[in-house]
Design a protein around this ligand. Sequence first.
Ligand SMILES: Cc1ncc(COP(=O)(O)O)c(C=O)c1O
Length: 370
Amino acid sequence: METNRRLWLKKIGIGVAGIGLTNFNSFASPLVSENLINSFENDNNLIFLRSNENPYGPSPLARKSFVENADISNRYNWDIGTELISDLAKKNSVKEENILLGAGSTEILDLVAKLVSLEKGNYVIAEPSYDYWTVTLDNLGLTKNKVALTTDKKINLQAMLEAVNQDTKLIYICNPNNPTGTICEREALVEFIIKISQNTIVLIDEAYLEFTKQQSISNIVNDHKNIIITKTFSKIYGLAGARIGYAIANKTIIDNLSNLQSNTNNSVSVLSKLAAIATLKDDKFVSNCYLLNENVKQYTISELKKLNCECISSNTNFIYFSLAKYNKDYFKQLDINNIQGGRIYEEQGKWTRITVGKMEEMKKFIKAIE
Ligand SMILES: Cc1ncc(COP(=O)(O)O)c(C=O)c1O
C-alpha cells in the first residue's frame, strides 16, 4: 500500500520530500481511495497518444508552484487572476480588458457557443476539424455548415468564405487544424479574418500555435471588433489537467462573454493560475518541448512512411496519416500493445491521428504496428 502511494505521487510528479510533510500517511490515506490508486497503477503500462497532451510537462517551475502554493488554496485569492491576466496581456501585446480566463479553452469555446446562439442561424466549420465543443452550438439550435478541406488537408479559406451567408453567426478556424496538423498561411488568414469579421464573429483556435514559428494574430483584436482567439495551457505548456485557457478579443466581446460566466475569470483554481504564471516564465521548458516534439515527430513520420502510411506534414504535436495502404488491423495492434491512439476521422483514405509522445513511446508505437 505504501509503495502504491509513493508510485502514485511519483506519477503525478510529487515526491514526499518535495511536499515537505513529515507525516506522509496523514496526507494520503484518508483522501485517496485504493481503487483510484490501483487504477493509476494499472495505467502505468498504457501509452497515451490520443489527446495531444505534452508528455514532458508540467514544467519544473509549474510543479514547484503547485507544491509551494498548496498552503494558500484554502482562500479564494481572486487577485491572482488579475496577475495572470496582466502577464497574458503583455505576452499577447493586448490590454488586460482583452483577456478572459476559462477552465481550459473548452470553457471559453462553450461561452462563445452560448453567445453566438442567442440568435438563430448557422456556423461554418471545416471538416474534419476540432468539433467536440460544437455540440453546444448544435444543442442551442445553430445549424452546422461543414466545409471540406483542400486535397492536401488544409482549411479551404475561399470555400469557407463562400459558405458564409446572412444567417452565419460564427466561423471557426482551428489554426493549426486538429486533426490534420495543417496551418493557414498567416497573411492569407489575416486577410480572410478582416474581410469576414465585418459581419460575423470569427473564432480562431490557437491551441497548437506554439508548436509552430507562426506569430499569433492576437494583435489584430483591437482594430477589428468580431474576432475571438482562444488559447490554452493544455498543450505545449503541459497543464491539461490543471484546466486553464483564455480568450483574447476586443473589450465588447470580452464583456459579453463575461456576462455568461457566473464568476468571471474564477472558474480556474488558484493553484492552476499560479502554475500558469510560473510556466510563462519557463521559456527553456517550452523551447525544449518544441525541439523534442520536432525530433520525435520527424522520426515517427519517417517510420510511418516505411509502413506505407501517407503522412500530412504536421505543424503540431500530432500526425495525421492514412491507413489505406496499411495491411494489418491497426486498432487491434494498438489495443494489444496498450496504446491509446486516435479514431478514424475520414473513412475515405482511412485517415487517423496519433499524438507525438516521447521517443521511447513512439518506438513502442512503431514496433506495435510494424
Ligand atoms: C484545437 C483544440 N482546441 C481546444 C482544445 C481544448 O483544450 P483545453 O480545454 O484543454 O484547453 C483542444 C483539446 O484537445 C484542441 O485540440
